[in-house]
Design a protein around this ligand. Structure first.
Ligand SMILES: Cc1cc2c(cc1C)[n+](S(=O)(=O)[O-])c1c(=O)[nH]c(=O)nc-1n2C[C@H](O)[C@H](O)[C@H](O)COP(=O)(O)O
Length: 496
């Protein structure tokens, strides 16, 4: 018997803290009891109480979230959407000018490097989305050091080597790949593009690039795996949940779906304070709540805090045997930041680490990954341990020369985050495909010019790192990346 469908009026009657219903994708849900548990605070839900909340829900939560985490008794059934009164969209001058910029944006062919995508994305993305993607922690010193550290390394090019054939292929975690870089895990892909992470999946498959699937994707894990083509390699990035049963379920499902590596993020017992994200979200959420309820400012500390309260801060070396007991996938520690921890990882039988500071989004004034790499590899060689572990780096990689410097210093591969997000947000899948092609083209030229024919030929003799550990030394003016850098701001005064 056809279940009677609710009307918009039925739902609209439940528009408060005592009884809060919302509509998501044409179905009604009673989220009253969930309000105090919502990581993003009750305010963001109450703003949509009694209404269609699909637009706000979409970029932050994979479609299967409610099926997975909201008790079935709270699923109220379908809503006759013809009876739902669409919310009046108040005039948003920001959105108006954003649409004008989109109409005037440069064609994709005018993007010649990864910075170009950052520059365009900053103009055409919604403010909150840009803030979430671009932000680093605190003063964003590490965010900027990640890229400028590469400018403290100089090449020692070799001449009169036959470089007619250049081969960029390599292997990472035992998987063959066309290029020595991969798409690293970045959350909330639908903030930048309606389709979210599957755009990165499809683009990566075009170039034989490995994709690391984020725990906090906007797309569900299965949507991202279903989007892969052929024998495309995917890894899983894991934020460890305080509920180890949930973690076990996620990991074993990823292994069953063919993931070739488990990247446990270890630099985020709590997500960092990214003030651009907080400032944008705070303005959005708090101003409304403050107006009608000054006492209860919405405490959503930006999207980052809103999505990460499940992460287990008690994670420690003691948990390594647990991970080995629940999966056969190689276990990689992502976010290692000192030599001693690489050595401890080897002692625990960990096959690979990612030297990373989370793109400068966690501990500000943590060193760049490339600087740590320059410490780690000589120490591993000194102890005869260089073949015991694969070392990856990520953070601030914007040129193929950055990738080559990392390979020369002993990295097995390089993760890239924001550039592919910006390319996706500004130009969709064609943008990401173009960004990857630009990197490939740059790689071929740079390899020829330093006199190397394959990734295997690269070594420390090709680089001079004497300037790397001097933090105060001014690096050459890097106009392109400083021009696209979105400076931090201070609180704005009201306009009379
Ligand atoms: C840019 C970005 C990075 C995130 C990211 C989201 C964004 C928008 N998120 S976050 O929401 O929690 O911070 C993740 C994440 O889900 N998990 C993770 O391990 N790293 C996350 N990272 C870090 C990422 O995996 C790389 O370490 C970092 O992006 C490399 O720096 P670049 O962006 O400069 O390439």
């Amino acid at each position: 018997m056809q279940q009677t469908r609710l009307t918009g009026k039925d739902v609209a009657e439940h528009d408060n803290k005592e009884s809060c219903w919302v509509i998501i994708h044409g179905k009604a849900y009673d989220v009253t009891e969930f309000l105090p548990e919502h990581p993003g605070g009750a305010g963001v839900i109450l703003k949509h109480a009694g209404k269609d909340a699909t637009e706000a829900f979409e970029p932050i939560h994979p479609p299967d979230t409610l099926d997975k985490y909201l008790d079935r008794s709270k699923h109220l059934g379908g809503v006759d959407m013809s009876t739902v009164i669409a919310e009046e969209k108040s005039f948003d001058p920001d959105e108006e000018s954003r649409q004008q910029r989109i109409a005037l944006m440069p064609p994709l062919g005018k993007c010649f490097n990864l910075h170009d995508f950052e520059s365009v994305a900053r103009q055409v993305m919604r403010r909150g989305a840009w803030a979430y993607y671009s932000s680093g922690a605190d003063d964003e010193i590490t965010l900027r050091e990640n890229h400028s550290a590469y400018h403290k390394i100089w090449f020692r090019p070799r001449i009169l080597v036959d470089v007619e054939q250049v081969d960029s292929s390599t292997s990472m975690l035992g998987s063959k790949c066309e290029v020595p870089f991969y798409v690293t895990a970045t959350a909330l892909g639908k903030l930048g593009h309606l389709e979210g992470e599957v755009v990165l999946t499809r683009a990566a498959s075009r170039h034989g690039v490995i994709q690391m699937i984020p725990t906090l994707g906007s797309c569900s894990f299965d949507e991202i795996v279903d989007a892969k083509r052929g024998d495309q390699v995917q890894w899983l990035q894991l934020y460890v949940n305080q509920d180890r049963e949930i973690t076990k379920r996620i990991v074993q499902h990823a292994e069953k779906r063919g993931c070739k590596g488990l990247f446990v993020t270890v630099d985020a017992p709590q997500l960092g304070r990214r003030e651009k994200d907080i400032r944008t979200r705070f303005e959005g959420a708090a101003s409304d709540v403050q107006k009608n309820n000054p006492g209860a400012i919405d405490r959503s500390q930006g999207a980052a805090r809103a999505i990460s309260t499940f992460i287990d801060p008690s994670l420690s070396w003691k948990d390594i045997p647990y991970f080995k007991s629940i999966t056969k996938m190689p276990i990689v520690l992502k976010g290692v930041q000192r030599v001693e921890d690489v050595l401890t990882a080897i002692e625990h039988g960990i096959p690979a680490v990612v030297l990373s500071n989370h793109g400068g989004r966690q501990l500000d004034t943590a060193p760049s990954a490339i600087e740590i790499l320059a410490d780690v590899m000589p120490e591993l060689r000194r102890r005869g341990l260089q073949d015991k572990i694969e070392v990856y780096v990520d953070g601030g990689v914007r040129r193929a020369t950055d990738i080559i410097k990392a390979l020369c210093l002993g990295a097995k591969g390089v993760g890239i985050g924001r550039p592919f997000l910006y390319a996706m947000s500004a130009y969709g899948e064609p943008g990401v495909v173009h960004a990857m092609q630009l990197l490939k083209d740059e790689f071929e030229v740079a390899m020829r010019l330093i006199g190397a024919r394959s990734v295997g030929e690269l070594g420390p003799e090709f680089v001079d790192v004497r300037g790397l550990s001097m933090h105060s030394v001014p690096t050459p003016a890097d106009f392109l990346s400083s021009d696209v850098y979105d400076r931090l701001v201070v609180p704005a005064f009201a306009v009379k």
